[in-house]
Design a protein around this ligand. Structure first.
Ligand code: ZN
Length: 428
């Protein structure tokens, strides 16, 4: 397939313009499977915490494509011999399509039904779909090549490294885009400078040593975004309710409960036997319509959960000190005695993140480290040189939170033993 006779552009708030030069990319963007990503939010339930966070996986995917395109064109302009020019389209397609298999409220639905978006991405690429047919126009093996880059087992490692690494186009786009749409200031990185410093070298993407401070800044931004945005306790609260809705709906369905409203393909989702065509019917509009209808179901548990989600009556939370952890089972028993639901009215959450990992064995870390290239053409792992990176790498930071419906707890408050009541009284 050829270049487009005239370049197409998308106006983008983060990258200003997204440039499409290849017929193949243009056709892929216009497939029904790619257009479905407009109906899936990039940040799931974060809009309940940061009301601006309504951006879609569609805009993120275009952004990842654009960053990858700029990196490759920098490599081509400089004629770096280590960049395999023939891989350009495989890399661009993998960048564009890497999130194709995300479902509605991805993280919660994946946890509730043990699904994996990467598997679905590959099934969609390899299946009888519009995307699959467009990719096959390149050649019969092309869909399998793109899928293998996304699965990280493609033979040419530098392509995988470009699409998935600690400093890849995916992460750079979501940090910038999520910061922009949530309105926080942490995620703003000097992407142009980082892109200029990237080099293809011995089968890897590395960073010129003088770009170290821009990379430090990027890793700090990532660290801040995790704790200020992605792990925000209010967002976690809405994700807990979402998972509980899915769990309850599946429980009801498998016990033979008859729903007043159960659109396709939800039965297949509960049975874990969705076909690719059915999976593609899942989007956030369908899920939210179902929740709205379930506010009138006979089952009081699902009714309450859906009303909470739709009206944003989320669970309250307290941070647990480690000495309280031993009390969890006791609290569960007391909740049960007081008529609260021991599984739905109490949830423990432990968000944790490893900002940059240097602690695992060498084989596991291959492709996961950020390497600097110095003037003598030596490769240095960044935490060997940067004190800032050393200070945040390998720290597994985490906190325990306890989530509960405040109105239900208030109703039984005077029956709580004082030492338990005291845990819930602590303000953050
Ligand atoms: Zn992504």
């Amino acid at each position: 397939m050829n270049h487009l006779r005239e370049e197409k552009v998308f106006k983008d708030p983060v990258h200003n313009y997204i440039h499409v030069q290849d017929q193949l990319i243009w056709l892929l963007i216009n497939t029904k499977e790619f257009q479905r990503l407009r109906r899936i939010r990039q940040l799931g339930t974060s809009y309940l915490t940061f009301h601006g966070a309504e951006h879609s996986r569609f805009s993120h995917s275009l952004g990842v494509y654009e960053i990858t395109r700029r990196i490759i064109s920098q490599f081509e302009r400089n004629a770096y011999p280590d960049w395999p020019r023939e891989e350009r389209l495989v890399a661009l397609c993998a960048a564009l399509l890497h999130d194709l298999g995300h479902g509605p409220f991805s993280h919660s639905i994946e946890q509730a039904f043990q699904m994996n978006h990467e598997d679905w991405t590959c099934r969609i690429l390899l299946g009888d779909t519009e995307v699959g047919r467009v990719l096959k126009q390149m050649d019969e093996d092309f869909p399998a090549k793109v899928a293998s880059v996304i699965r990280k087992d493609y033979e040419n490692e530098i392509v995988v490294n470009l699409v998935t690494s600690p400093l890849d186009a995916d992460r750079m786009d979501y940090l910038l885009r999520d910061a922009y749409f949530t309105g926080v200031n942490y995620g703003t990185i000097d992407m142009d400078r980082i892109l200029r410093m990237l080099r293809p070298y011995q089968g890897r993407i590395v960073v010129k040593e003088t770009g170290m401070h821009a990379v430090e800044d990027y890793l700090m931004s990532r660290y801040q975004m995790y704790w200020q945005v992605y792990f925000h306790p209010v967002t976690r609260s809405s994700e807990i309710i979402l998972r509980q809705i899915f769990r309850r709906a599946k429980e009801l369905y498998t016990s033979g409960y008859s729903f007043a409203f159960l659109p396709n393909p939800l039965p297949g989702l509960f049975n874990s036997d969705l076909t690719v065509q059915e999976y593609l019917l899942l989007d956030e509009a369908l899920i939210q319509t179902s929740f709205m209808q379930w506010e009138n179901e006979k089952d009081p548990v699902i009714r309450d959960l859906c009303t909470r989600f739709m009206d944003r009556k989320l669970y309250k939370y307290v941070e647990l000190e480690s000495l309280d952890l031993g009390k969890i089972e006791e609290i569960r028993e007391i909740f049960k005695d007081l008529g609260l639901h021991p599984e739905y009215d109490l949830e423990i959450d432990f968000p944790t993140d490893l900002p940059y990992d240097v602690s695992r064995p060498d084989e596991e870390l291959r492709g996961k480290q950020i390497l600097l290239l110095d003037k003598q053409d030596r490769l240095l792992e960044i935490s060997e040189v940067s004190e800032i990176v050393r200070s945040i790498s390998g720290i597994q930071r985490g906190k325990f939170f306890l989530y509960y419906p405040d109105n239900k707890l208030q109703a039984v408050w005077h029956h709580l033993p004082p030492e338990i009541a005291q845990i819930f009284e602590r303000k953050l």
